[in-house]
Design a protein around this ligand. Structure first.
Ligand code: A2P
Length: 298
């Protein structure tokens, strides 16, 4: 029988524990998501990261129920989309997500983006997260794609320090400054596109980190794959990582990263791959006009 791995946990700033590695379902088509999450739970994943704007929360919930695992064994993270920002709107956004997931309580609820052009609305949305936390509807709250100035403005107003900031982080785009700012304030960095942002890079003519000679050489030295090396690098930098895959073999491969360790030299060789080029959208460009989309009712 195949060996089942489970990820070690990280402690969030409010004491809640979260598996360090989870399955990301960004760009998992709804019709493939249930099978992918089921495969992940079978392989030993206990943390799934989705979002209202991925339009696959219902399928994530179906897979958790089909797994037979107790609800308390699976850490569910989802995100409120910018179109649902504002205090009342975000409270309702929670109801939509919880309804689709089919759960009473969400483990980690985060704001998907800052709205730099309407930051007051972002602050109102965050205030709603604080209410949901106080009411026990969510176990932890956080943000995503917040840069240092967004975090600074948020901390000026918030009564609860976000537990997590989920940002694009891989060897080609590391956001060390955002992570360091978070570390100083107790905000855990969580890496999306942790294996090279190739979801975006594929079509944009960027290099593919999976083929990078520095990464492939380190991978060979450990008898591991390039994806596993990048995940291990992120974990050894103290991040949570949420690789996306809908392929059962790659889902299992991505969890199998807890039996080797990168040396200090290997970590710094990977650190040296920074390009300064992000793969995803620039957080400053996110506006309701360009990125607004209706999030359906549960
Ligand atoms: P697939 O779903 O077919 O496995 P990221 O999370 O960094 O954005 O990467 C996601 C992309 O990388 C998806 O296109 C996914 O495709 C692919 N992928 C996921 N795991 C691996 C792996 N271990 N090796 C190669 N490609 C992978």
């Amino acid at each position: 029988m195949a060996r089942t791995t489970t990820a070690p946990t990280l402690q969030l700033n409010n004491g809640v524990t979260m598996p360090a590695l989870g399955l990301g379902v960004f760009q998992s088509p709804p019709e493939e998501t249930t099978a992918a999450v089921e495969a992940a739970l079978r392989a030993g994943y206990r943390h799934i990261d989705t979002a209202a704007a991925y339009f696959n929360e219902r399928e994530v919930g179906d897979a958790v129920r089909a797994s037979g695992l107790d609800r308390s064994e699976v850490f569910l993270e989802t995100k409120i989309w910018i179109s649902d920002y504002g205090y009342d709107e975000t409270l309702h956004g929670f109801e939509k997500s919880a309804g689709k997931l089919g759960v009473e309580q969400i483990d980690l609820l985060i704001l998907h983006q800052a709205l730099p052009s309407d930051f007051d609305r972002t602050l109102d949305a965050y205030r709603a997260l604080e209410t949901l936390l106080a009411d026990g509807r969510v176990r932890a709250i956080g943000v995503s794609n917040f840069m240092v100035d967004h975090l600074t403005r948020l901390l000026d107003h918030a009564s609860v320090v976000p537990a997590v900031n989920q940002i694009e982080q891989h060897p080609y785009f590391q956001q060390a400054e955002v992570q360091a700012f978070g570390e100083r304030h107790g905000i855990l960095a969580q890496a999306w596109s942790p294996i090279g942002g190739i979801t975006f890079y594929r079509d944009s003519g960027h290099a593919n980190a999976l083929e990078d000679p520095v990464i492939t050489e380190i991978a060979s030295a450990h008898g591991k794959s390039p994806a596993q090396v990048m995940l291990r690098w992120g974990l050894q930098h103290g991040r949570s990582v949420i690789p996306k895959s809908t392929n059962p073999a790659r889902i299992a491969e991505n969890l199998d990263v807890f039996d080797f360790e990168l040396s200090a030299e290997q970590l710094s060789a990977l650190d040296g791959l920074e390009t300064g080029k992000r793969g995803g959208p620039a957080p400053e460009d996110v506006t309701l006009e360009t990125f607004g989309r209706d999030i359906p009712e549960a």
